[in-house]
Ligand binder design. Structure first.
Ligand code: FMN
Length: 368
């Protein structure tokens, strides 16, 4: 029987249990995206706290792809030595860590990048400031930027990379008919909308070699009118699976849609947990690579059932680890009470204010 504490392997990377820290922007990088001691401490605490696999916050592969302040960057070679301090510290603490590669596309912060955001299409009325719809040359350059970023990640000692194609950032915009109104080979039917993502995968694979884990984070659905639908997303997963991806983390929703955001509020009962579990079942039928499920998982028993029933191969969480970086050690030691996280999303505020992420509710409780 597979249990939550059964070790496993993803393309040669041994993971000590089935728990993944989902990518989490923590607002702790330097202004230029460089690693800081605060960020190293955060990752070490997660590794020491028992997380099997840590995924960094999204790191921008090019300067024009920065999504927010104090976000980790992977856009130039000079950032590699700083990133090495993270990987070395995590490895010394017995953990595994992969870097999430991202470009914000339509949602790049021009106030920070000082450039017009690139997007699959312009989408009139969606923003007050201009966007540039990408030419074929822009797309080719973008694909290469992901490859170069992956090369840097490997040089920095990361155990693998994850391509961010969820939540409405660039690669997820290409998949979504709402954002992608193109009429060339990158728009229209799902085979075309998935083309950039597959090219990114192939390019990264060429750069890093066969034996290096490449994961992807994918939206199961966008949950908006004319957004990416489950049926198309399952096809993309099948294409990626055939194209040599090593694992798929399943998420959903857009940062811009409060009700169906990727980080839903009010996870007050077990049946509200694992809010993409139905979608996961559809994915499992079509893919033969590990499925990592994220979204509202809070209880040990829910996690255990998801693995036991074969709904998912890995349990991924984000907000619970902000409050309890040692949650997995607690569970392993037999204290199986659910995660203390109440999913109120207050953790975003300190990160936006430049203080670095922490659990506001926990701090208040302690009277700090
Ligand atoms: C503060 C914060 C930062 C996040 N940063 C990222 C990120 O960098 N990349 C990403 O793919 N998802 C990011 N997410 C989404 C989470 O990884 C996860 O998909 C979502 O919160 C649902 O999981 P949870 O219910 O365990 O929190 C972030 C979520 C939060 C709350």
């Amino acid at each position: 029987m597979t249990t939550l504490f059964t070790p496993s392997e993803i393309n040669g990377m041994t993971i000590s249990n089935r728990f993944v820290r989902s990518a989490t922007w923590s607002g702790m990088a330097a202004d230029d995206g460089a690693c800081t001691p605060q960020l190293v401490d955060l990752m070490v605490n997660l590794a020491k706290g028992g997380v099997g696999l840590i995924i960094t916050g999204h790191a921008y592969v090019r300067q024009d792809g920065q999504a927010g302040p104090w976000q980790l960057g992977i856009y130039k070679n000079e950032l590699v030595p700083g990133l090495k301090t993270i990987t070395q510290a995590v490895h010394q603490s017995g953990g595994k860590i992969i870097l999430q590669l991202s470009h914000a596309g339509f949602y790049a912060k021009s106030a920070l990048t000082r450039q017009t955001p690139l997007a699959p299409s312009k989408v009139e009325g969606l923003s007050k400031s201009p966007r540039k719809d990408m030419s074929i040359l822009d797309i080719n350059k973008m694909v290469n930027s992901f490859g170069e970023a992956a090369r840097r990640a490997k040089n920095a000692g990361f155990d693998g990379v994850q391509i961010h194609s969820a939540h409405g950032y660039l690669l997820s915009q290409f998949l979504s008919p709402f954002f992608n109104r193109r009429t060339d080979k990158y728009g229209g039917e799902i085979q075309n909308r998935a083309r950039v993502l597959l090219e990114v995968l192939q390019t990264i694979r060429k750069v890093v070699g066969r034996d290096y884990p490449i994961l992807v984070k994918l939206n199961s659905q966008d949950f908006i009118e004319n957004g990416l639908k489950l049926e198309d997303s399952v096809s993309v997963a099948a294409m990626l699976s055939e194209g040599g991806i090593d694992g798929i983390e399943l998420s959903g929703g857009l940062l811009t849609s409060p009700k169906f955001s990727p980080s839903r509020r009010g996870i007050t009962s077990k049946n509200k947990e694992a809010y993409f579990r139905d979608e996961a079942r559809s994915f499992k039928k079509k893919i033969d690579v590990p499925l990592i499920l994220v979204g509202g998982i809070r209880s040990y028993h829910v996690a255990d059932q998801l693995i036991d029933k074969g709904v998912a191969d890995y349990i991924s969480m984000c907000r619970p680890f902000i409050r309890e970086p040692d949650l997995i050690n607690r569970w392993r030691a037999g204290d199986l009470r659910k995660a203390a996280c109440i999913s109120d999303n207050k953790c975003f505020s300190p990160a936006m204010a430049g203080e670095g992420i922490y659990c506001v509710t926990e701090k208040k409780k302690k009277g700090l």
